[in-house]
Design a protein around this ligand. Sequence first.
Ligand SMILES: Cc1cc2nc3c(=O)[nH]c(=O)nc-3n(C[C@H](O)[C@H](O)[C@H](O)COP(=O)(O)OP(=O)(O)OC[C@H]3O[C@@H](n4cnc5c(N)ncnc54)[C@H](O)[C@@H]3O)c2cc1C
Length: 382
Amino acid sequence: MSRPQDCVVVGASFAGLACAQALARAGLSVTILEKKADAGEKLHTTGIIVKDAIDQVALLDGLPSELVHRITGVRLYAPNLRHVDLAAPGYYFLATDTPEVMRWLARRTEEAGARIAWKTPFSGATRIQSGFEVGELGTARYLVGADGPRSAVARSLGLGQNDRHLFGIEHEYAGIEIAEPQKLHCFIDRRIAPGYIAWAVAGPRVLQVGLAHRVGRERQPAAEAIQSFVDKLAPIIDVRGASPAAVRAGMIPCGGIVRPVAAPRTLLVGDAAGMVSPLTAGGIHTALKHGLAAGHAIADYLAGRRDDPATWFVDSYPRFRMKRVLRFLFDRFQSDLAFDLLLKTKAVRAAASVVYFHRKGVFDPAKPDQGLPASDSRATKA
Ligand SMILES: Cc1cc2nc3c(=O)[nH]c(=O)nc-3n(C[C@H](O)[C@H](O)[C@H](O)COP(=O)(O)OP(=O)(O)OC[C@H]3O[C@@H](n4cnc5c(N)ncnc54)[C@H](O)[C@@H]3O)c2cc1C
């Protein structure tokens, strides 16, 4: 930074790019500090974007169609691999070519006028009268921590930090085609993925096979768990002979919004703020939505139109009250036997639809094959 900045944003991912784009479009000077060399490298997300994000976040308008693959339903497997198909009219998810989506978002943010300082890790900031001294980089009137689950900004400024996590790990496979590629395949299994699920999803470029487990409740290290999952998955999608082209892995906050999440002239957003659904572990929608809104709120503050968003804007962050209760119950009472016995019941299917389709869900009664053993559907190698 050669001159004082209106805002420094730490982290060039969903939350940081959305925030910086709003600030730049408002005409403010904004620099993003990003420790990676490129937005698409070392990803730690499956990158599935829910329909609500497409509907609500205008930033995604114009997302190139070749970077996404539309997923129109969920196939949910009990531990014994029997399954049900779930769908909601008009609802979909987008599986993405996530590295390219990140690069597209970064390009759009730079085109809006923000500067991204790649390979520039944030290492600390000192409060001054009119904002912050950000190391050797100069001064900023506002500082945003969008630097993920283990936020250095939160540490440096004494803000709250995430203390409950899931750990997710995912293998990418090139050149493998699966039956039912328009479905998100989700697997409940307490041995392999305690506290969450395992999954397989066909992206636009690669097949993604992953799982997440609650940190502290795992029965085996993640690398072993994913091997167990690959073996279990084989009758449905066989990737045993293939080597993963890449591995994505990372922590997922699941304890709700951290406290404090803001202080004068600084706020956290996205995973840094704990803004991830404790139940579904989805955080892209909230990171984009609240990142963008934070940018607008900071722009208003710096233009003298509103009070510091640290005092009011952060009240709009999701509290996840019900989802935290459900997370508590799932952590303690997850039972493979119960899912084996009850998966096909109306109550479980309705509850799963609520989780996946955000209350809009109805299960799809038209499917004649619902509940058949999943071994009926087989993967084919391309
Ligand atoms: C395996 C896995 C699968 C997931 N799948 C999904 C999914 O399919 N859909 C979904 O909605 N959510 C998913 N999530 C959650 C989702 O990825 C996150 O909620 C989302 O990425 C949050 O975005 P963010 O911008 O807040 O933070 P992040 O994406 O974590 O980005 C933080 C950025 O800050 C940078 N950074 C960190 N520290 C510093 C520093 N000191 N200096 C400079 N830069 C720094 C990082 O390099 C990174 O670019 C998944 C998470 C995991 C781990």
